[in-house]
Ligand binder design. Structure first.
Ligand code: NAD
Ligand code: UDP
Length: 343
């Protein structure tokens, strides 16, 4: 069969949701994950949603011997590479850890794919590669000036893969630049479960709603935006997941390299998110306005038109659904995958 897709980092937030979309589209995911930022219990949740447990190998994407064995033993037709570290602040304090995991991980994977002649690759890049954008919506042609080691690690991998595709034009490579992924599968069985203290807005808002946290600290309300708070382009994780399936289908149409924003094209402010979450949950979200967060950009959102034209994909789920699905996941799983209430 030629529909087996290796999903590195498939136990994580975006990877697990993409496994659902892959299964729904008739592909079979084979997850490779070292569980460094995920919980193995996601596998039983995936089985419950899709009716079939995904194949899973616990291991590190930097382990070339393991990769060679995986490609030898399985008839893999393509790879989605989610495995990586993603905390911007940690990347500043430990850049070598980030370059080692994100850049070396992609390099070892590309070497193993080359050796195995598997030449279809979808890579998780990030809007972080743009750094502080000159204008929004940001097109893919905007200059890339990442402002931290995490963003630079993503940009380095993009450049490496573009060089690879240039030298070997039979590769089919998609570089997908995600904006702010939020939400959860509508079943409430899988979602984002940040280990330790979350830094991102949506998990923090949902923790306030469920009572894990007293209030949200709003990082500044003196930005030049409609309500003074920062604006981002939040995209539902199931829309992202479907974007990956669309990229896989596009790859089947012929070799080449595409670089695409996965975004909605619309920005929402911190207070827009708070209000939408209040509507979705029926809970009041207490917040206190504090100082700006160092390094924050006031507002940016992505231009999704190239992804629409190239893949025939567009984000379909709005902010209300992002909040409703996050809330369902949070309520059913206050302790993430440690909660057994939803099973
Ligand atoms: P996540 O941490 O939930 O998932 C990443 C998964 O990769 C985890 O399950 C982790 O255990 C695994 N992993 C990490 N290093 C590994 C290694 N060396 N070998 C094997 N497995 C490894 O993160 P996510 O939010 O699902 O992000 C997935 C990808 O998308 C990452 O590459 C991330 O940089 C990128 N991305 C995420 C966001 C975001 O805000 N969530 C935005 C843009 C891009
Ligand atoms: N934000 C906030 N309080 C928080 C976390 C985030 O006000 O506790 C704001 C942040 O300043 C930004 C927006 O929410 O304007 C999104 O932040 P997040 O960290 O989720 O995404 P990023 O800034 O990395 O795009």
């Amino acid at each position: 069969m030629d529909n087996l897709i290796l999903v590195t980092g498939g136990a994580g937030f975006i990877g697990s949701h993409t496994c659902v979309a892959l299964s729904a589209a008739g592909y079979r995911p084979l997850i490779l994950d070292n569980l460094n930022n995920s919980d193995v219990r996601v596998l039983e949740r995936l089985a419950k949603i899709t009716g079939r447990p995904p194949s899973f190998i616990k291991g590190d994407v930097r382990d070339r011997t393991l990769l060679d064995r995986i490609f030898r033993e399985h008839n893999i037709s393509g790879v989605m590479h989610f495995a990586g570290l993603k905390a911007v602040g940690d990347s500043v304090t430990d850049p070598i850890l980030y370059y080692g995991n994100n850049v070396t991980g992609a390099l070892v994977l590309a070497e193993a794919m080359q050796a195995a002649a598997v030449k279809t690759l979808i890579f998780s890049s990030s809007a972080t590669v743009y750094g502080t954008p000159e204008r929004s919506p940001i097109p893919e042609s905007a200059p890339c000036r990442p402002a931290n080691p995490y963003g630079r690690s993503k940009r380095m991998v993009e450049q490496m893969l573009a060089d690879l595709q240039h030298s070997q034009p039979d590769w089919r490579i998609s570089l997908l630049r995600y904006f702010n992924p939020v939400g959860a599968h509508q079943s409430g069985l899988i979602g984002e479960h940040p280990l330790g203290n979350p830094n991102n807005l949506m998990p923090l808002v949902s923790q306030v709603a469920v009572g894990v946290r007293d209030q949200l600290a709003v990082h500044g309300n003196d930005y030049p935006t409609h309500d003074g708070t920062g604006i981002r382009d939040y995209v539902h994780v199931m829309d992202l997941a479907e974007g990956h399936v669309a990229a896989l289908r596009h790859a089947a149409s012929g070799p080449g390299l595409v670089t695409l924003n996965l975004s909605t094209g619309q920005g929402a402010s911190v207070l827009d998110v708070v209000k939408a979450f209040e509507r979705a949950s029926g809970q009041r979200i207490a917040y206190e306005v504090g100082p700006r967060r160092p390094g924050d950009v006031a507002a940016y959102w992505g231009d999704p038109s190239l992804a629409q034209v190239t893949l025939g994909w567009r984000a379909r789920r709005g902010m209300d659904q992002m909040c409703a699905d996050t809330w369902r996941w949070q309520q059913q799983n206050p302790q993430g995958y440690e909660s057994d209430g939803a099973l």
